[in-house]
Design a protein around this ligand. Structure first.
Ligand SMILES: [Mn+2]
Length: 366
């Protein structure tokens, strides 16, 4: 098991790479979309329900950019584990099944080929129309630390998506009077299937894995559009579309735990056994849809030590990164939260390694 740190675009700096090394990380997961540029409160309600920003000026990342990123990470003694998320601008019509779909698919294929050439081993993606939307923010974590939550009763989950917005980002100017997007579950799965059937063979050839993030929040429907992976079993359905080492999961423990029903330990064991985990978002949460809050890694409903033991017993070799941790009250609230999570993860992994595999009463490895 390896520990990584996820960094947003404006945080991809030598100082933050050094911080990662100091906290015991060996890998970086990089976001290249700037979610904070041109944040537009008009996109939706306000606070955390407003859009992630404006990506309408984004142009497909070049080989030189990808190559430069890999080299700058390596220059600090780290490895790039993955790039997380395409800019919605690159694949809006793949998600929406729009007229520019064919051209955008060609762009994504070029991007994957260039990523392979530059030494990017994995691309995380979130096949979602509404994207990450509907959070509230509050002092939900220990000691009143600021974190996010979801309460279906507190937000109008049927609020339509404005024209020109997908994945909670503006990818083009809106056209007034356009009917809001509506997408059924069957349509969304058809689109995902078409996407994977085209892109996975290219990824396989390029030596790049695609890794799917589940829905955050994993509601049944959001803003008139179906959600895709909002039950653990739907991850199996996604993997079954193409049985390829390039068709993987960006396994978000928090999102899995937020889903109704099921035993997260069984699910994680099964996914690890299928050997299709791209990398892991290691975060904790209290509650499930329709109401939950994000917590510090050691105070939520998931027994994180048990997750690490399962991953050890299933010989998981991949990367784990902390995922949006609560902000701690100090001058470096983001860094403090991440340092706390990284230290906790390192301790769990070292402890699990020292204890060796678990054995059940009848002597079978469990
Ligand atoms: Mn996540």
């Amino acid at each position: 098991m390896k520990i990584g740190l996820g960094l947003y675009r404006e945080m991809l700096t030598p100082d933050n790479y050094q911080f990662a090394v100091q906290a015991g990380a060996t890998h970086i997961v990089a976001h290249m979309t700037n979610y904070f540029r041109g944040r537009d409160p008009q996109i939706s309600g306000g606070d955390d329900r407003m859009g992630w920003g404006d990506c309408s000026e984004d142009t497909l990342w070049t080989f030189e950019e990808l190559d430069g990123l890999v080299k700058s990470v390596r220059a600090q003694g780290l490895e790039l584990a993955a790039i997380e998320n395409f800019s919605p601008r690159f694949w809006s019509d793949v998600l929406l099944d729009g007229p520019d779909r064919v051209r955008q698919m060609e762009g994504l294929k070029r991007l994957i080929k260039d990523a392979g050439r530059a030494g990017v081993p994995c691309f995380g993606y979130n096949f979602s129309i509404a994207g990450v939307w509907g959070w509230t923010r509050g002092p939900y974590a220990r000691g009143g630390a600021s974190s996010v939550g979801f309460d279906a009763a507190a937000v109008d989950t049927s609020e339509p998506i404005p024209d020109g917005v997908v994945w909670n980002m503006r990818y083009r100017k809106g056209v007034p009077g356009t009917e809001p997007v509506k997408v059924s579950s069957a349509e969304l799965w058809e689109r995902l299937q078409a996407f994977l059937r085209e892109i996975v063979p290219v990824a396989e050839e390029a030596g790049v894995a695609l890794a799917a993030h589940p829905d955050d929040p994993p509601a049944e429907e959001l803003r008139g559009t179906a959600r895709l992976v909002n039950r653990p079993e739907k991850y199996d359905r996604l993997m079954d579309i193409i049985n390829s080492p390039a068709n993987r999961l960006e396994l978000c423990l928090g999102s899995l735990q937020e889903m109704p029903g099921g035993d997260i330990y069984e699910h994680v064991r099964r996914f690890a056994r299928r050997d299709r985990i791209g990398y892991i978002h290691f975060r904790n949460v209290r509650g499930k849809v329709p109401r939950y809050v994000e917590t510090f890694v050691d105070e939520g409903d998931i027994d994180m030590a048990e997750i690490i033991r399962i991953l050890r017993d299933e010989s998981y070799q991949g990367v784990l990164i902390p995922d949006h941790t609560p902000s701690m009250t100090c001058a470096a609230s983001w860094h403090a939260g991440m340092a706390f999570a990284l230290g906790y993860m390192r301790a769990l992994i070292q402890n699990a390694a020292a204890l060796g595999p678990c054995w059940s009463m009848n002597g079978a490895k469990v």
